[in-house]
Design a binder for this molecule. Sequence first.
Ligand code: ATP
Ligand code: MG
Ligand code: FE
Length: 338
Amino acid sequence: ELILAVETSCDETSAAVVRGGKRILSNIVSSQIDTHRRFGGVVPEIASRKHAESITAIMEQALAEAGVSFRDLSAIAVTQGPGLVGALLVGIVAAKSLAMALGLPLIGTHHIAGHIYANELVHELVYPCLALVASGGHTELVLLESEGRFRIIGRTRDDAVGEAYDKVARTLKFPYPGGPHVDRLAQGADDEIPLPRAWLEPDSYDFSFSGLKSAVLAAINTAAMKGEPIREAALARGFQTSVIDVLTTKAVRAVREFGAKQLLLCGGVAANGGLRAALAARCEEAGIPLLVPPLQLCTDNAAMIGAAAHLKYARGEFTPLDMKAEPGLSLEDWSVVS
Ligand code: ATP
Ligand code: MG
Ligand code: FE
């Protein structure tokens, strides 16, 4: 089984060839970050146009690098949502045309299922397991009772972690995307300004990061107004400590409550050095096996879409050729049927 997977949900144009949902034969990722940086964030119209310019060449490159031809493929997978509707559409049109021309099944795939199943490309999942999804648009605790069945037990009520990082970074005048800059600043800090943690109700697995973000922005603005030096590193450290404390505490508590056999860290924020280290330490202490994909599989890429699509391919659950982009596609609804 060879799946050609396509991902264009945001600002990465990517195509990959994945065998059996496990083995990456190629994974081409073309980032548009340089284009969007001067606007301080992703501009949807520009993202769509850039995807349209490069998608064909990226798909051809993915096949060439994998050393396979169109005839060898078993199915075409594409991110159906969530994401920017115009950006998703470009990948969907490309995938549909190929599926139609080649007479192959089409598999509309959930982007977050992709982030989660990126782990399957390097590890062996054991069920039930729990995924901590921390990305630019999502912060969720997802319980997988069995393969391909997703249950969201907690989610952010306001900002996603990556979004909070990017907003703090922006106020500190770092270029987009700012998460890695704040991470670096925090890790190099000599001291720390303590900031609040939003635990919400005692039994809740939900998250909230907007209060914390506002506390950082207020501290920066107050210092600026008073003409005092802004203790950027100490603030970044306080912000990061607070984020990590809440994420790791809730994840470990959920693993225990639901009897999960593994904890999976996924999404772009999984690249955060402080988060990886803290989670590793807490899991070690609690005897929980922790799975983290390598960095290039944490951020958006098509191989992870191929890994998730395999769940549906194996069950013969295909998507009609008239499928549409679904910017608000539900992860739970995307669960496998059989
Ligand atoms: P989603 O997957 O929710 O649709 P997305 O695809 O835009 O959103 P990802 O590509 O998974 O998100 O992750 C990008 C986010 O990860 C950005 O917000 C970025 O700032 C953040 N990020 C990347 N590296 C780090 C880091 N080292 N520390 C903190 N945040 C980081
Ligand atoms: Mg991105
Ligand atoms: Fe993503």
